[in-house]
Ligand binder design. Structure first.
Ligand code: F6R
Length: 242
């Protein structure tokens, strides 16, 4: 696992965007695995800048996102599809028909997950998967547990996540209870992986991810076994890593 230390969030975002840009330049029809959350927003802004400057062309790029809430339609402003349209897809020349997010509006979870895994397989896998890191070491919606889930699957959201999400919805019953997420196996099959991490609040878990034992209790620790994984993290996030 390669670790690149950056000064701060802006520097992290630039360096992560450099790596993604290199992938798009070297393989214009690449498959990018993308993430939501607050950490990659600066990286997406950087990619938009490069597109606007004429340095990046997304017209042949394909993308697959890590996860989506089950039960949310793509037009719901809390859906991950909505997030991706807002922060990246609507701002660059990617063909939206070439962008994939698990289908949260598909009620049959086995079908939604099998279809998504098939989309990734048909592409011949993911060239570069971007990841954020949860405070408990989760990647995608793969929470700490006793095993590493192999493929895209449906997860029950923790009560704490449901409570935290309440404020975004009019009625409590509208808050999603489940999500579809790529499995750890799906993520590990990506040819390369880029993890972005920022802030002192992630320092403790990042040290476990890099130096701790490989365990499903810290799902991201499995990235130690990936042949081409890079962590781009700022000084604050790396402050507890020796
Ligand atoms: C996002 C995702 C999550 C986030 C993680 C970190 O698609 O699957 O695993 O990457 O929760 O979120 P932030 O960046 O908001 O700290």
């Amino acid at each position: 696992m390669r670790v690149i230390k950056t000064k701060d969030y802006a520097d992290m975002s630039r360096k992560a965007a450099n790596i993604i840009s290199a992938q798009v330049i070297l393989k214009p029809d690449c498959v990018l695995g993308l993430a939501t959350g607050s950490t990659p927003i600066g990286t997406y802004d950087q990619l938009v800048d490069r597109y606007e400057n004429g340095d990046l062309d997304f017209s042949r790029v394909n993308s697959v996102n890590l996860d989506e809430y089950r039960g949310l339609d793509k037009d719901n402003d809390q859906s991950y599809r909505y997030f991706m349209n807002k922060h990246l897809f609507s701002r660059v020349n990617i063909d939206v028909a070439h962008t994939y997010v698990p289908d949260g509006s598909e009620p049959d979870s086995s079908k939604a997950c099998a279809d998504y895994e098939a989309i990734i397989e048909n592409f011949g896998g993911i060239d570069l998967q971007l990841l954020g890191l949860g405070h408990n070491g989760h990647i995608g919606f793969n929470e700490p547990t006793d095993h590493f889930p192999k493929n895209t699957h449906c997860v029950d959201l923790a009560e704490s996540t449901i409570n935290a999400n309440k404020r975004f919805f009019e009625k409590e019953e509208d808050v999603p209870r489940q999500a579809y997420t790529m499995g750890i196996g799906t993520i590990m099959r990506a040819k390369s992986i880029l993890v972005v991490v920022s802030g002192a609040d992630k320092a403790e878990i990042l040290n476990k991810v890099i130096n701790g034992p490989i365990t499903p209790e810290v799902p991201a620790s499995i990235l130690q076994l990936h042949p081409n994984a890079t962590i781009v993290a700022d000084e604050a996030a790396l402050s507890k890593t020796s």
